[in-house]
Design a protein around this ligand. Structure first.
Ligand SMILES: [Ca+2]
Ligand SMILES: [Ca+2]
Length: 97
């Protein structure tokens, strides 16, 4: 944290890679997933828009082009937004690939 009260993606990555993160009692995968979702959902409407997702893609070192294709794949109901369930599947897929 840099004291500005807002957690940036960079700070989130730093926290995640901190040794404490791997110690017993760390949040479970579901917890991390929810935190990440809330972090990326910049306008707090409970869904990730393409713009929100592009920030996530940046975090996953994905190009915008790949991210948009990936987004379309993950948006299983085709409403142009990723809800928490769709996002959770995305994260699971990302970590298992
Ligand atoms: Ca949003
Ligand atoms: Ca959707």
């Amino acid at each position: 944290m840099d004291g500005d009260g807002a957690m940036t993606v960079e700070e989130y990555v730093a926290a995640r890679t901190h040794p404490d993160f791997r110690s017993p009692g760390r949040p479970g995968k579901g917890e991390v997933c929810r935190t990440l979702f809330e972090l990326l959902d910049a306008d707090n409407d409970g869904t990730l828009s393409v713009q929100d997702f592009l920030r996530a893609a940046d975090f996953m070192c994905m190009s915008d082009r790949d991210a948009k294709a990936y987004f379309a794949q993950l948006d299983t109901d085709g409403d142009g937004r990723l809800d928490a369930t769709e996002f959770q599947k995305a994260v699971k897929r990302f970590y298992s690939s």
